[in-house]
Design a protein around this ligand. Structure first.
Ligand code: TXA
Ligand code: MG
Length: 317
């Protein structure tokens, strides 16, 4: 029987060489990060970046996040200010993307950042991606490794399911956080464009100023804001108190009983655990062939804000 996951590769010294070769020759590959799996390409190569847009069927005006190993490398491409340094010291490497100004002589290809004057940069924490970033001499443009408008992958198998074996992916187990990075705009007014594990409170405590979550409808600053995004492909209804046996029922907390159609994001009511289980659960429900998803109200605090953001987008028709 053919192995449906024959494109998944284990991470070891042999495969490291192979991964680096793929990336250096302008190929693309799925890689684990602490948030979700990414589809990686050399950010200095137009050929490689075009492959990412095409594989994801992503619109060209939706910029990619550029991933760096460290500050010294990032400094060559972008302009960094004091605000950035304070935040970097506290949160990076980690699940946060900073929107900063691009340098005129930046080597990042314009199409990677949708011809904008700004660029989203992130310093991921996951050990595998850091080992790879350390060894290559270019940063990685890396969107989540899913088809546009679908939900992000949190395992190598998920990536495989998205691209039907056409793209190699490195196995790094389940993503620790399970939800995409916080996107923080540092050009003009400081605001969060996409909520994540690092919250407004976290950023406020470092900067000593009020931070808003901005959902600007006119400019698609962060196409995580595109209306139909993060869709599991079946209707999702939020803030439900119950569900029929036919529908998948996503719940949170210990008051819910077990059942074939009941999927508890966290029995102990832990929002971080719920975030980690969110996309995994949605994919499971889809595979089990449920036709509808109902979700209970999830507390809108800490990472719960990001969970509700993704659920709201998943529920948009
Ligand atoms: O956790 C993550 O951020 C994952 C992992 C793989 O690192 N990546 C990820 O990439 O979620 P993607 O492409 O799925 O989402 C990137 C988000 C989009 O909403 C995009 O619009 C926004 O970042 N973004 C990137 N560059 C931007 C810029 N210059 N200005 C505003 N938003 C930007
Ligand atoms: Mg994405």
């Amino acid at each position: 029987m053919p192995n449906i996951y024959s494109n998944i590769i284990n991470f070891n010294s042999n495969s490291t060489k192979k991964i680096i070769k793929i990336l250096s020759k302008n190929g693309i590959i799925g890689l684990p990060t602490e948030t979700v799996y990414g589809l990686a390409a050399n950010a200095y190569s137009e050929t490689a970046i075009k492959k990412v847009y095409s594989a994801k069927k992503r619109i060209k005006r939706n910029p990619l996040i550029i991933h760096y190993y460290d500050l010294n490398r990032a400094k060559k491409d972008v302009i960094l200010d004091n605000k950035f340094y304070k935040l970097y010291k506290k949160f990076s490497p980690g699940p946060i993307t900073y929107i900063v100004k691009k340098k005129k002589n930046s080597k990042i290809k314009s199409i990677a950042s949708a011809n904008l004057k700004t660029v989203g940069i992130r310093f991921p924490k996951n050990k595998i991606i850091r080992k790879i970033l350390k060894k290559i001499r270019f940063p990685l443009a890396m969107p989540s490794a899913n088809k546009s408008s679908s939900i992000s992958p949190v395992s190598a198998e998920d990536v495989s399911d998205e691209f039907k074996n056409r793209i190699k992916v490195v196995d790094g187990g389940y993503s620790k956080i399970g939800i995409e990075s916080t996107v923080l705009n540092l050009v003009g007014s400081t605001c969060i464009l996409r909520p994540g594990k690092i919250t407004t409170d976290d950023v406020e405590s470092v900067l000593g100023q009020k931070i808003k979550i901005s959902y600007n409808k006119k400019i698609i600053k962060s196409p995580g804001m595109l209306k139909k995004h993060y869709s599991p492909g079946i209707p999702v209804k939020l803030n439900c108190k119950n569900a029929s046996n036919k529908d998948a029922f996503i719940v949170f907390g210990k008051k819910y009983k077990k059942g074939k159609n009941i999927f508890n994001l966290s029995h102990k009511g832990d929002l971080k655990q719920a975030a980690k289980n969110l996309y995994k659960t949605m994919r499971k429900i889809k595979k089990l062939n449920f036709k509808k998803i109902r979700v209970v109200k999830i507390p809108n605090q800490n990472i719960g804000i990001a969970i509700n953001d993704r659920l709201t987008k998943a529920s948009n028709k």
